[in-house]
Design a protein around this ligand. Structure first.
Ligand SMILES: Cc1cc2nc3c(=O)[nH]c(=O)nc-3n(C[C@H](O)[C@H](O)[C@H](O)COP(=O)(O)O)c2cc1C
Length: 393
């Protein structure tokens, strides 16, 4: 269906609308990648190198997309990847949670999110809480307890963060608080995007740069920079720490950020349920290859033992099908839904999920596959130099 005011037909159109609607700094924070953006670009472009081998007759009348991830049934193999520090829309992660719930899928909620685990888990019965290794074991335990009480269904621990900040194109400045002084500084770009401000004005609140999910019991939510400072001061996690975290949580558990088969095997050793092959959407170590290039080596190493997901660069349903054909159980999406939310709030997120679901269906039809579970590497034409795997030791 062609795009209308209330509907966009592609993720690319959602991105264009997000660019028109968001203040420049907020938009740049969404499209940013580290340094030259080599990884950011490769995440997207690598999908374009994979071809399909379609069939034209005896095609399946109906195509099945339902699957399970981390013990939850989802209606199609796409879930919401956790993203923190959103100043995209006043309803933030709650709007995303509702759209995902209506679409029958799960949301990963960042511990750096703008909305609380309680509000989000109330809006989506398949909420997975995402943590970084921040603070003492005691404070981490308290966070887990809170997520359990809110009925989070799984824990995601993200480990691929090297505190790399440099961006060749110039990072947007994030204020400590959006008080009047900061608003005055950002006024020129905000005034050029009045609809964004109007959305917030209607709720009577300015974008909030505090992180409610990292509040200590009985204390107010820290600012983003306060929490980030605590993270910088926390000794880096060891595999023993992550094993401890998994045991403390006790339920379905994912490590996000795996790019090396050795790490995938370590994850299996400590008993995780799932991993996501991820390079933080190109926001970690620039020069890391696209996740889709590394996926086959990870699937080969551990695919028969744990659930392997992928995130990074998913912009269309056919990208999802390519990832599944190479062995992913499902994918997680980041920027695509943030652009959808910027374009049209909750309806925009639903719109993006619908685009992906429709694209998966079209690709299944073209490939002559009745189910996402039937996809195999032979459905693809894979250039001989496509994959990247570390040289064997
Ligand atoms: C603005 C932004 C904020 C993010 N914040 C987090 C976060 O708090 N926790 C996390 O695990 N990943 C975070 N990510 C990474 C995403 O979960 C995901 O790995 C990435 O966006 C996938 O790539 P894609 O945007 O191309 O889909 C963030 C990504 C973006 C773009």
């Amino acid at each position: 269906m062609a795009s209308t005011r209330e509907w966009f037909e592609s993720v690319a159109e959602a991105q264009r609308r997000a660019k028109r609607r968001l203040p420049r700094s907020v938009y740049l924070a969404l499209v940013a990648g580290t340094e030259r953006g080599i990884t950011l670009e490769d995440n997207v472009n690598a999908f374009g190198e994979l071809g399909f081998r379609p069939h034209i007759a005896d095609l399946p009348r109906q195509r099945e997309q339902a699957t399970t991830v981390l013990g939850q049934e989802i209606s199609f193999p796409v879930i919401i990847s956790p993203t923190g520090v959103q100043a995209v829309h006043p309803e933030g992660e709650v709007a995303v949670a509702r759209a995902a719930q209506a679409a029958g899928t799960a949301i990963g909620l960042s511990s750096f999110a703008s909305r609380s685990i309680e509000d989000v888990a109330a809006a989506n019965e398949r909420t997975f809480f995402q943590v970084y290794w921040v603070g003492s074991r005691e404070s981490i335990q308290q966070r887990l307890e809170r997520a359990r009480a809110a009925k989070a269904k799984a824990l995601i621990v993200t480990l691929d963060w090297t505190f790399a900040h440099r961006r060749d194109w110039g990072s947007p400045a994030i204020p400590e608080r959006l008080d009047l002084k900061a608003m005055a500084r950002f006024a020129p770009e905000v005034l050029r995007r009045p609809r964004w401000l109007l959305d917030f004005a209607r709720t009577g609140k300015l974008p909030d740069l505090t992180v409610p999910n990292l509040a200590n019991p009985g204390e107010p939510a820290p600012t983003f920079f306060g929490a980030y400072g605590q993270w910088l001061g926390t000794p880096l996690a060891s595999w023993d720490d992550i094993r401890w975290l998994r045991e403390e949580w006790g339920g379905p558990f994912m490590i996000k950020g795996i790019m090396h088969p050795d790490d995938a095997r370590r994850a299996v050793d400590i008993g995780v349920s799932a991993i996501s092959v991820s390079n933080h959407g190109g926001n970690n170590l620039d020069g890391t290859p696209a996740t889709i290039r590394v996926l086959p080596s990870i699937v080969e190493a551990v695919g028969d033992q744990i659930e392997v997901l992928l995130d990074g660069g998913i912009r269309r349903g056919s990208d999802v099908v390519k990832a599944l054909a190479l062995g992913a159980r499902a994918v997680m999406v980041g920027r695509a839904y943030l652009w959808g939310m910027a374009a049209n709030g909750e309806a925009g997120v639903a719109n993006v999920l619908e685009i992906l679901r429709g694209g998966i269906d079209e690709a299944l039809l073209g490939l002559g596959r009745a189910s996402v579970h039937d996809l195999v590497p032979e459905d693809l034409i894979i250039p001989s130099d496509f994959t990247r795997a570390p040289a064997p030791a």
